[in-house]
Write a protein that binds this ligand. Structure first.
Ligand code: G1P
Length: 291
């Protein structure tokens, strides 16, 4: 088994019901944050983390994702003819960005099942998982930080955030204790998917980045449906915990839930303010609003 993390799996087969009506026809992963589909932010993070092969788990009606990372001959030819060199370079850079494979999840059986669909493409080596609706603004890239922890500690690593109050029920939640040597690391002893607030074992919520050992695939094959009647990734990792170490990791950076309308608005404002071309103009515009 290679111990380098070379592959990242992007589960992207979900229906995006939290973002209707925009997602009736358009995959939620293709919603633009400022001017770039949220999926592309994840792909760029993976590349910045040293990932060489991206596996996107897709479903029915999700063809736009494949087209986005493919060569667009009509667009490129038109841009070339019109002498729009910068836009042509932009379009070409997307189609040559990464080695991407696609696999279909034929039925919406849950996040654990979606990850399992990538088993044959990943093979017997550790891999990253990026949930594209969680857009993470971090330097170095969030997955890169996690790969470093994986290499140092030799166990699977889950990105975490502290979540206060009943909002914790929307997440997978870790049980365990903070590491004595590194305050960003949480030594897991258990985990539960979408607990009731009163039953949450801690405030450490899992967010959409994972570095996992391939043993999790065999365990996911045996994982029964859990919360919401779905095969949960959290339950597969909980089984892994009986055999191997699993760590929570409080990444350095900021996460936005861009699969949610309010989260997308927050990300839009903050990412737009950082853009050199119009950040100052946008700041002045916001300041001028009678809020
Ligand atoms: C999924 C996972 C959950 C995790 C969350 C992070 O839930 O099942 O454990 O906390 O992503 O975004 P979902 O948001 O798909 O319901």
């Amino acid at each position: 088994m290679s111990s380098r993390v070379r592959t990242a799996v992007f589960p992207a087969a979900g229906l995006g019901t939290r973002f209707l009506p925009a997602t009736k026809v358009i995959p939620k992963e293709m919603l633009a944050l400022v001017d770039k589909p949220i999926l592309q932010y994840g792909v760029e993070e993976a590349i910045a983390s040293g990932i060489e092969h991206i596996i996107i788990v897709t479903g029915r009606g999700k063809g736009a994702m494949e087209d986005h990372f493919d060569i667009s001959y009509e667009l490129d030819a038109t841009l070339e003819r019109k002498g729009k060199k910068e836009l042509l370079a932009l379009s070409r850079s997307i189609s040559s960005m990464a080695r991407i494979s696609y696999v279909r999840q034929k039925e919406p059986l849950g996040l654990g099942h979606a990850v399992l669909c990538a088993k044959d493409l990943v093979g017997n080596e550790p891999f990253g998982v990026i949930l594209p609706d969680d857009v993470i603004d971090a330097q170095p890239a969030c997955l890169k930080q996690m790969i470093e922890v994986f290499e140092e500690r030799g166990g699977s690593v889950l990105a975490t955030e502290t979540v206060e109050g009943p909002a914790i029920s929307a997440y997978g939640v870790l049980a365990g204790t903070q590491d004595s040597a590194n305050e960003r690391i949480f030594n897991c002893t258990g985990m539960v998917e979408k607990p009731k607030f009163e039953e949450a074992p801690s405030k450490q919520a899992i967010v959409g980045r994972y570095v996992l050992t391939p043993r999790v695939f065999e365990l996911l094959e045996k994982t029964a449906p859990g919360a919401g009647g779905e095969i949960q990734l959290t339950d597969g990792i909980k089984a892994l915990l009986k055999e191997e170490s699993v760590f929570g990791y409080t990444f350095r950076g900021k996460r936005y839930d861009a699969g949610d309308k309010f989260g997308m608005l927050q990300a839009t404002v903050e990412f737009a303010l950082k853009r050199p071309e119009f950040g100052d103009k946008f700041r002045a515009y916001l300041k001028g609003l009678a809020l």
